[in-house]
Design a binder for this molecule. Structure first.
Ligand SMILES: [Zn+2]
Length: 232
C-alpha cells in the first residue's frame, strides 16, 4: 500500500512508485526518459476520488450548494471551482428573473388593483341592487290588499283601493271605478313611491307611508288621505 505501479509513457515499462520518489521527476530505468511520478494513491486518492463522485449532485442539486460551500473545507475545497461555476449560473439566471420581475411589477400591480376595484364595485352594486329589490318587494307586499278611506276625510260615500298581487290596481271613487297597474319604483326609509299606470291617462306617482296601521297616500289626482285595511 505504500507503493504504486506507474507505466512509463515512453517504453511501457512498469515502474514502482514509492514514498521516497512520489511526486518527483525520475528517469525511467529502461529508456531513461524523464517522467513525473504521481503522489501515492492513499494521500492522492482522497482529494481525487470524491471529485467525480460529488460532481453530479453538485450540479443536479443547486439548492444544497450554498450549504456545502459554507461547510466545505480541506478536501471539499477541491470542488470549489465546480461549485462556484454552478452557483454563478444560478445567480445570473436569478438576477435576470429579478430584472424581469421588477419591470413587470408596476403593470401587475395596476392590473391587480383594477381587477380588485371592479370586483368590489360589482359586489357593492349587486348588494345595493339586491337590497333595493328586497325593499321594493317588502313594501309591495304591505300594499297588497283592500284599503278603505278612514271616515271624516272626504264627503264621498265610497273611496277605496285594492292592490292585487298581479300588479292590478282598482280605485273606487264614489261610484266611479278606475283600474290601473301599480309598481313600487323606490323605497326611501318608511316612504314608498308607486308608479300608477292608468289606461286612459298619464301615469302618476303615488307616495305611500304606513303609520300606526294606516296607509297615508298622496296621489296628485285625489290628494292626501289616510286609509285603513278593509275586508274585501
Ligand atoms: Zn521507459
Amino acid at each position: 500500500m505504500s507503493s504504486d505501479i506507474v507505466v512509463c509513457p515512453n517504453c511501457r515499462t512498469n515502474l514502482q512508485n514509492s514514498a521516497n520518489i512520489a511526486g518527483q521527476i525520475v528517469a525511467c530505468p529502461k529508456c531513461q526518459s524523464q517522467l513525473q511520478m504521481p503522489a501515492l494513491s492513499i494521500p492522492v486518492a482522497s482529494p481525487q476520488l470524491p471529485t467525480p463522485v460529488e460532481l453530479p449532485p453538485a450540479i443536479d442539486l443547486p439548492p444544497t450548494i450554498p450549504v456545502n460551500v459554507t461547510g466545505g473545507s480541506g478536501i471539499h475545497g477541491t470542488n470549489m471551482p465546480v461549485v462556484q461555476s454552478g452557483r454563478a449560473k444560478k445567480t445570473t439566471s436569478t438576477s435576470v428573473n429579478d430584472r424581469l420581475r421588477k419591470k413587470s411589477n408596476p403593470l401587475i400591480i395596476v392590473f391587480a388593483a383594477m381587477i380588485t376595484l371592479i370586483v368590489i364595485g360589482v359586489g357593492v352594486i349587486a348588494v345595493l341592487w339586491e337590497q333595493s329589490e328586497k325593499g321594493k318587494q317588502q313594501f309591495g307586499n304591505k300594499m297588497v290588499g283592500n284599503w278603505e278611506l278612514i271616515p271624516g276625510q272626504s264627503q264621498l260615500e265610497r273611496w277605496d283601493f285594492a292592490f292585487h298581487d298581479d300588479r292590478k290596481m282598482q280605485m273606487a271613487l264614489g261610484n266611479q271605478l278606475s283600474e290601473g297597474r301599480w309598481k313600487v319604483t323606490s323605497v326611501q326609509g318608511e316612504t314608498g313611491y308607486l308608479l300608477i299606470e292608468w289606461p286612459d291617462e298619464a301615469p302618476e306617482t303615488m307616495r305611500v307611508r304606513f303609520e300606526g296601521g294606516t296607509m297615508q297616500i298622496q296621489l296628485e289626482s285625489v290628494g292626501s288621505f289616510a286609509f285603513r285595511a278593509a275586508v274585501p
